[in-house]
Design a protein around this ligand. Structure first.
Ligand code: SF4
Ligand code: SF4
Length: 83
C-alpha cells in the first residue's frame, strides 16, 4: 500500500509538536499567586489544588500535566509559565 505524503508529513509535524510539548514544564511562582483559582478551574487533568486559608494554589501531580497551556493563559497574575 502506498503511503499518503500529506498524511506522513502531518504525522511527522504532530510528532515534533508532541515531543516539544513533552519537554515543557510548569514553572509556578507562589509569590505572584493571588488565589483566584482560575488555574484550578481550567486544568483538564487536576494539577492544581486550592489552598484556601493561604489564598494560594498548590501545583501537584506534574506528571499528569499535558502542557495544554490553559492555566498559563488564564492566570491574571502571570504566576505560571510553561517552558
Ligand atoms: S490563576 Fe494564577 S493567581 Fe489564580 S490561583 Fe492560579 S496561579 Fe494563583
Ligand atoms: S498546562 Fe494544562 S494540564 Fe498542565 S497544569 Fe496547566 S492547565 Fe493543567
Amino acid at each position: 500500500m502506498r503511503k499518503n505524503p500529506t498524511f506522513l508529513s502531518s504525522l511527522m509535524e504532530n510528532k515534533e509538536i508532541a515531543q516539544m510539548l513533552w519537554q515543557l514544564q510548569i514553572r509556578f511562582d507562589p509569590e505572584k499567586c493571588k488565589g483566584v483559582y482560575q488555574c484550578y478551574m481550567v486544568c483538564p487533568v487536576g494539577c492544581w489544588t486550592p489552598d484556601r486559608p493561604r489564598r494560594k494554589v498548590i501545583f501537584h501531580n506534574p506528571e499528569k500535566c499535558i502542557a495544554c497551556g490553559a492555566c498559563v493563559l488564564q492566570c491574571p497574575e502571570d504566576a505560571i509559565e510553561l517552558r
